[in-house]
Design a protein around this ligand. Structure first.
Ligand code: FRU
Length: 479
């Protein structure tokens, strides 16, 4: 059912119905967290995109808010209010988003004086950039005069900085840098980074984050969210290393920089919180039948580790979702090839698990498992240092996608430590506090709530198993 396995997520953010894609305009305002998102109020498909809105005091429970931006029939956003960001312009909350208008996609601005960020006024001089840079060979497609969209704006060295995603005819995906004294007058500086012919054709949703010692640039290339760690020198990104932010169903993330969290909070340091869109992994008919499509990831803290690698973990507030404790650091010995049901179950739970391979080839933890195993989703950790998800047995519904997903989880000579968030149709995995894999699965049976473990070809140990039942992101009266 909808509030059981395979259903609409319980503690991941979703609109009450219809279509959601990218998170947009993330901002902390007046002490509250605001999340906007690409939203079609007309149904669970991508069309006539508005900005939906949700608000939270604590990052755990959310309230659905009225639609914040709608296309203006005669405006430069008549065909859709596509992705963009929110900034604090000297006390005025301001959105810079992509207006779709026929074959054009160009940046538009909206402001508000409403502390609740509900009603927005569009700038009459929209669009604030008339066309992509004239001297640049920007990709033209069947639908678009030029791929030129998604806006990330920040303040640096006394000026506004602004990234736009694009694709270059000979250069692949690129993030273009503009600067300006105001948010309405922009000067093109050049590509901050271009991926080259081997990169994806277009980079969507570029975002530059300041991680203290280094900067992180991430872009969405239609398949993956690719990140680059490095520095910015004279308007160009110098890449030290690169990787993929999440190896599963995770796309077009956006972040908010969260500082001044209150004087009483001793851990008050600047942190960056990142949400991604978790697209569906089932066909459009199934989405139509469900009446909803898309969820947001948990907010993630992204930072660099002392060894220079990237670290990712859910915002500390995620522990406030925990209600009932289901397991408390137990150890479980796994005999070779013995399928063992664990004493943990649920469709909306968090599992913290430490796996020592001992002499086994692999350990498989199955989740969303029916008692007869007709449906189950194995998460397999193998000696070669890969973690993979096999979705073939996940669902009896042929409309659910069954492709496998995997990632490398070095170092694999240590016990592997996993935080696994199960949320009806979401599996969000954090491995060793570094590597993420998010997967969408659609078990059909209400008893697909079991968890089991098996060691392949040798003994292994679950060195520690903890689990919690998790609460509701949007509690309604009576829950
Ligand atoms: C990424 C994206 C953006 C665009 C938006 C439209 O998923 O395609 O490039 O602005 O979604 O909804």
């Amino acid at each position: 059912g909808e509030d059981g396995p395979g259903g609409r997520p319980k503690y991941h953010l979703t609109p009450p119905a219809n279509w959601l894609n990218d998170p947009n305009g993330l901002i902390r305002w007046d002490g509250r967290y605001h999340v906007f998102y690409q939203y079609n109020p007309g149904g669970p498909f991508h069309n006539t995109i508005h900005w939906g809105h949700a608000v939270s005091d604590d990052l755990v429970t959310w309230r659905d808010e009225p639609v914040a931006l709608s296309p203006s029939p005669d405006g430069p956003d008549r065909d859709g209010c596509w992705s963009g960001c929110a900034v604090d312009d000297d006390g005025t909350p301001t959105l810079l988003y992509t207006g779709g208008n026929g074959r054009d996609q160009l940046p538009c601005l909206a402001t508000t004086d409403d502390p609740d960020l509900r009603s927005w006024e569009k700038y009459e001089g929209n669009p604030v950039i008339e066309s992509p840079p004239a001297d640049l060979d920007v990709l033209e497609t069947e639908h678009w005069r030029a791929e030129f969209r998604d806006h990330n704006v920040w303040r640096e060295d006394g000026r506004w900085h602004h990234l736009v995603g694009t694709g270059l005819v000979d250069g692949g995906g690129a993030a273009l840098l503009y600067t300006g004294e105001t948010l309405t007058e922009w000067t093109y500086e050049g590509p901050l980074l271009a991926g080259g012919p081997d990169a994806g054709a277009v980079w969507e949703c570029p975002e530059l984050l300041d991680l203290g010692d280094r900067r992180l640039l991430h872009v969405s290339d239609y398949e993956n969210v690719v990140y680059f760690l490095g520095t910015v020198e004279d308007g160009e990104f110098v890449v030290d290393s690169e990787g993929v932010l999440d190896h599963g169903d995770f796309y077009a993330p956006q972040s908010l920089s969260d500082s001044n969290r209150g004087a009483e909070d001793e851990t008050d340091t600047e942190r960056s919180l990142t949400w991604g869109w978790l697209p569906e992994a089932r066909d459009v008919d199934a989405q139509w039948d469900a009446g909803w499509s898309g969820a947001l990831s948990l907010p993630r803290v992204i930072e660099t580790a002392p060894d220079g690698d990237l670290r990712q973990r859910p915002a500390d507030e995620a522990t406030d979702l925990r209600t009932e404790r289901l397991a408390d650091g137990e150890t479980v010995a796994l005999a070779p090839d013995d399928q063992r049901r664990l004493d943990v179950s649920g469709a909306a739970i968090e599992i913290e698990i430490e796996i020592a391979l001992d002499d086994a080839e692999a350990v498989e933890i199955s989740v969303f498992e029916t008692p007869d195993r007709a449906e189950h989703t194995p998460i397999r950790y193998a000696r070669d240092g890969t973690l993979s998800i096999d979705r073939t047995p996940s669902s009896r519904d042929p409309r659910a996608f069954a492709d496998a997903q995997s990632m490398a989880v070095p170092p694999y000579d240590e016990p592997l430590s996993l935080r696994v968030f199960l949320d009806r149709s979401v599996i969000e995995i954090y491995a060793n506090g570094r590597h993420c894999l998010t997967s969408r699965v659609y078990p059909t049976r209400d008893d697909a709530v079991g968890v089991s473990a098996r060691a392949e070809g040798g003994r292994a140990e679950i060195a520690s198993l903890s689990a919690w039942e998790l609460g509701e992101a949007m509690p309604t009266d009576g829950d």
